[in-house]
Design a protein around this ligand. Structure first.
Ligand code: ZN
Ligand code: ZN
Length: 337
């Protein structure tokens, strides 16, 4: 049944036609029509490779639901020079720093899909109900995949809080016309200053696609946030030198949000998604004092079991001599610094 559903989803993706128009000069990561990873220009996988994975995969069985206690964050105050990090779900993290509330890749939808009736369905609720999230000042979007750029959630936040939405070039295309101007598009290395914080969009090793006609027409990336503490949000990424390069530019980070899930089978996923061992290497490359593992436990996107990322992370931490500074949080749990 899952394979039939996947095929229906693929056909729907093929039928939906839409693609951003880009007025950008050719650069080391843009060929005039599409973006690419300068060190890995041929990362694209054909529909046949995708079908090969889907038709030959032995995906672990995930539970249909995992209960969690949703937390109440709305009135939580974080004093100046303090940082509070709350893991909401998947790549959605609430960062409260220097009086600002920042959300990364917010998703409150039930599925990561262009349609509401098919596609990966959540097994855990968001750790905080939408209405219990405090007023959001800034939203960071790493790229346009459905599990990161959840348009219904983003438009709800724009309506409610009118936040600054920062995303890669080509991203505003996906929003309704009335919301397009709310999305500020950044190229790699471009920055944006807001109330004393600096947000810089940085390279990652990934790609973008939402329909059959928009592959790599929207830029993907990571973010550095510089306030009283420096924070790195990795988005979705394969392991590569961009972590070391970020540490060269920013010297070090206090906290990094690093993906540890959606990595099996390696033959298909390695280019664009790290496994827990690579996440540890990224943490070390970034010279990060603390790191939070994200992108696991809520949606089954790939073949590994629901608890594998945390089990593999534990082993990788032992192998590299990393302790509690690389941690994971249950949906809704916070850590204060
Ligand atoms: Zn992605
Ligand atoms: Zn993802």
């Amino acid at each position: 049944m899952n394979k039939i559903k996947t095929c229906i989803l693929l056909i729907l993706l093929l039928l939906s036609c839409s693609s951003p128009t880009l007025n950008k000069e050719v650069s080391d990561h843009f060929d005039g029509k599409k973006f690419f990873n300068p060190d890995f220009p041929n990362m694209s996988k054909s529909i046949f490779t995708l079908l090969k994975w889907k038709l030959t995969s032995k995906a672990a069985n995930w539970p249909k639901t995992v209960n969690i206690d949703q937390q109440l964050i709305k009135n939580k105050k974080v004093s100046l020079n303090k940082l509070s990090v709350t893991f909401i779900n998947h790549a959605t993290v609430l960062l409260q720093i220097d009086g600002l509330n920042i959300l990364t890749d917010p998703i409150w939808s039930d599925r990561t899909s262009p349609v509401s009736f098919v596609g990966p369905k959540r097994v855990k609720k968001p750790g905080v109900k939408f209405d219990n999230i405090p007023k959001i000042d800034v939203i960071l979007i790493s790229h346009n995949h459905y599990d990161h750029m959840d348009i219904p959630t983003l438009e709800r936040f724009i309506n409610r809080d009118s936040p600054i939405v920062l995303a890669g070039l080509g991203s505003s295309h996906y929003f309704q016309d009335k919301y397009k101007s709310k999305v500020l598009e950044l190229d790699w290395s471009e920055d944006y200053f807001f109330k004393g914080l600096r947000f810089t969009f940085l390279p990652s090793k990934h790609w973008s696609k939402r329909t059959a006609f928009d592959e790599n027409k929207c830029l993907w990336g990571a973010f550095a946030i510089e306030g009283s503490k420096k924070i790195y949000f990795a988005g979705d990424t394969g392991y590569a030198d961009h972590f070391k390069n970020a540490a060269k530019t920013f010297e070090s980070f206090y906290l990094s949000l690093i993906p540890i899930g959606a990595y099996e089978p390696r033959w298909f996923m390695k280019d664009a998604h790290m496994n827990p061992e690579e996440a540890i290497k990224a943490h070390l490359d970034l010279k990060s004092k603390y790191s939070l593992g994200i992108h696991h436990g809520t949606f089954q996107l790939t073949d590994e079991g629901i608890n594998r990322p945390i089990e593999e992370l534990k082993k990788a931490k032992e192998k590299y001599g990393v302790g509690d500074e690389f941690f994971v949080l249950e949906n809704g749990a916070s850590r204060d610094f």
